[in-house]
Each structure stands twice: as C-alpha cells, then as structure tokens.
Design a protein around this ligand. Structure first.
Ligand SMILES: N[C@@H](CCC(=O)N[C@@H](CS)C(=O)NCC(=O)O)C(=O)O
Length: 215
C-alpha cells in the first residue's frame, strides 16, 4: 500500500504542530523535508499555495492546513483525549494564528518593521503571553490538567517567541508559561519530531515517525 506523504520544514511552527500530532497518533508516513526557497515541484503540483505542512493521504487527499492535519491525525487516534474542550481550544488557536503570530513576526523581524522599535513590537505581544500564563495558573495545561490540542498547536509559536531573546523571556514574571514551555521542550514527543533530515530535493526520504531513511 502507498504511504501517506508529509512535506515538512523542520523549524516551521505549523509543521512542528502537525508532526507532533501525527507522531502522537502514530500515523506512518513518508516524510519529505524541504527548504522554503526550494519547494519540491510535486508538492506544488498538489498544493499550489506553497505552504508547509502538506499531507497527501494514501487515497490522494491533500491536507495543506496544519490544523486540519492535526485534526486528521487525531481522528485516527487520540488515546490521551487531545480533542477535549475542542471549542475552547479552537478559539485559543485562532487567536494564536491570526492575532499573536503576526505580532510575533513583527517582533522577530523588527528590522523589517521600523515603524516601531523592537521593544514596542515586543510589548504588543504581551497581552497574549499574559493570557496564556493566566490559563496555565489555573490548570497544568491550557484548557485542562492534561495536554490538549491547543497546547500542541500553540507551543511551537511560544518556542519561537521565547528564543528571539531567551534571557529576556526567562526573566518575565510568567513562570507558568515558562514551566509549560520547558515541559514540551523536554518532551520525548518533541525530540522525536525534531531530528535533522536531509532534503527530499537531494534524494532523501524518511519513514515517519520512526525517522528511518528509506533506502
Ligand atoms: N495556515 C498555514 C500556514 C503555514 C505556513 O505559513 N507555513 C510557512 C512556513 S512556517 C510557509 O510554508 N511559508 C511559505 C513560504 O515562506 O514560502 C497552516 O496552518 O498550515
């Protein structure tokens, strides 16, 4: 049987959330690593919008939005109930993707947005950061005391945010968010989906989630 195919880029937060859900669900796939400036033509043929992640199922269905990839994975297997409190989670993810992410990009690439200083761009992110910390003060994770969809969908963006200036992030008065970030950074699931893969355009393909090179 043909395998499902995953086009991915290691550091992309959307691709990270998708790989975490796919690995958690234990879905076997063929992983194809790419660089954004050199996208495989066969990926673009299936998904001309040219963003990662892209999944092509063994039935030929194209899934090219990261949240849809996560939901597809969890529909196969969700043994720890990541789909709990789905409406609350989806609302939080929407804020992350549509409000926080643009502010994160402006902070991360402040030199491209000289209308404000880096500190001013950073200040604009703090409402969401404080909101997450407040949620994590109430529960161990964002919507309950166990990991859910929102945690995995948002974690890669907070990781990116924290590492813009890690020493600044670490001294923020947001210890719940720091604890939560550290939990996922140290998790086996994150380690499992972050090895460095050679590029599909250089002829390399891998089994996922066991990360074995396909000979
Ligand atoms: N809404 C999309 C966004 C995905 C996205 O923007 N991914 C970035 C990489 S992190 C991308 O592929 N950008 C295309 C490019 O830079 O050429 C999703 O959730 O999958």
């Amino acid at each position: 049987m043909t395998e499902h195919i995953l086009y991915t880029f290691r550091r992309c937060p959307y691709a990270i959330r998708a790989r975490m859900a796919l690995a958690y669900a234990g879905i076997n796939m063929e992983l194809r690593e790419l660089m954004l400036k050199d996208k495989p033509t066969d990926m673009l043929k299936h998904s001309p919008k040219g963003t990662v992640p892209v999944v092509i199922t063994n039935k030929g269905k194209v899934i090219d939005e990261s949240l849809d990839v996560m939901l597809w994975a969890l529909a196969h297997n969700d043994s720890d109930d990541w789909l709990q409190e789905l409406n609350t989670s989806t609302e939080l993810i929407k804020i992350n993707d549509h409000q926080f992410k643009p502010l994160l990009d402006k902070y991360k690439y402040a030199d491209r947005h000289p209308e404000l200083t880096e500190e001013q761009h950073r200040d604009n992110t703090l409402d969401f950061i404080a909101k997450l910390d407040a949620l994590l003060q109430q529960n161990q994770f964002l919507v309950s005391d166990t990991t859910g969809l929102a945690d995995i969908a948002i974690f890669p963006f907070i990781r990116q945010y924290a590492f813009v200036n890690k020493s600044w992030f670490d001294q923020l008065p947001y210890q719940h968010l720091q604890r939560w970030l550290n939990h996922f950074l140290a998790s086996e699931l994150f380690a499992q989906i972050m090895p460095k893969f050679n590029l599909y355009n250089d002829g390399f393909r891998y089994h996922f989630p066991d990360n074995q090179l396909i000979e």
